[in-house]
Design a binder for this molecule. Structure first.
Ligand SMILES: [Zn+2]
Length: 255
């Protein structure tokens, strides 16, 4: 079995004491590839350092996470756009909209997101998209920008069946993570009705650890629990789920 964690932040300081062991545990748990989305200006160096240390089992993305869009976002984006020129990035992420905590930078978030969607189109790169409390605005922007050139993952998807269908119709993949294993997550109920060809797996480590590790620091090795839960819901062997989601991820990111 070979799994791909399509969204993990193991360069985060929460792994500073056992980062190498975290990667080893991932490899031992059949997670052979970890995709690292960027967060803000301060995470680029640790992310690249980790990739340099483990070039065979990690890949990097570049983008500004919506919760980190502040007054200086234009300067940060200019720096990141320059950074993208080095061609080592396999995707634009993580980008998106997050109106959960506050709306102070709503306008700036919308602008930053549109700018980064344009990068993805120009560079022909897939996106890793974060969306929280922003479904309507997200869809409006994606509909406006989708000209056949946008593709990517709605990361940590936890929405309704109708929302899933909207994203799939827009050409996007759904990234399923630890939340899918939680009792109150409705995705399990309609998952059997969706086509598997645009489902990918992720941890979003260090956040949102799956059952039975819920509440702990999440890490890529825990992806097996999410994979097993989804395979159980679909009543297929976990090896089959792994094969399909890994193939989906490889095709999307040209791995
Ligand atoms: Zn993330």
């Amino acid at each position: 079995m070979n799994l791909i964690d399509t969204h993990t932040h193991i360069y985060d300081h929460q792994f500073s004491l056992d980062r190498n062991e975290t990667v080893q545990r991932a490899l031992e748990a059949s997670v052979g590839m970890m995709l690292l989305p960027n967060v803000d200006a301060s995470t680029i160096a640790p992310m690249l350092e980790l990739h340099e240390q483990f070039p065979d089992c990690t890949r990097v993305m570049m983008g500004l996470q919506p919760e980190e869009v502040k007054e200086d976002y234009k300067a940060v984006l200019a720096m990141m756009e320059k950074e993208l020129e080095c061609n080592m990035y396999i995707g634009v992420g993580e980008v998106g909209l997050d109106f959960y905590w506050d709306l102070t930078f709503e306008k700036q978030q919308l602008d930053a997101f549109e700018t980064q969607l344009d990068w993805a189109k120009q560079l022909h790169l897939p996106l890793s998209i974060h969306c929280r409390n922003a479904f309507d605005k997200m869809v409006k922007i994606l509909e406006k920008k989708q000209d056949g050139g946008l593709r990517g993952i709605m990361h940590c998807f936890t929405g309704t069946e109708d929302e899933a269908i909207v994203y799939l119709d827009l050409g996007f993949h759904l990234g399923l993570g630890g939340v899918t294993t939680y009792k109150n997550c409705g995705v399990k109920d309609f998952l059997p009705r969706l086509s598997l060809d645009r489902i990918v797996l992720e941890t979003d480590a260090p956040y949102l650890a799956p059952v039975p590790c819920r509440g702990k620091r999440n890490e890529p090795a825990f992806l097996v629990h999410t994979a097993q839960k989804i395979a159980d819901v679909l009543q297929i062997p976990v090896e089959e789920l792994a094969a399909v989601t890994t193939a989906n991820s490889k095709a999307l990111f040209r791995l």
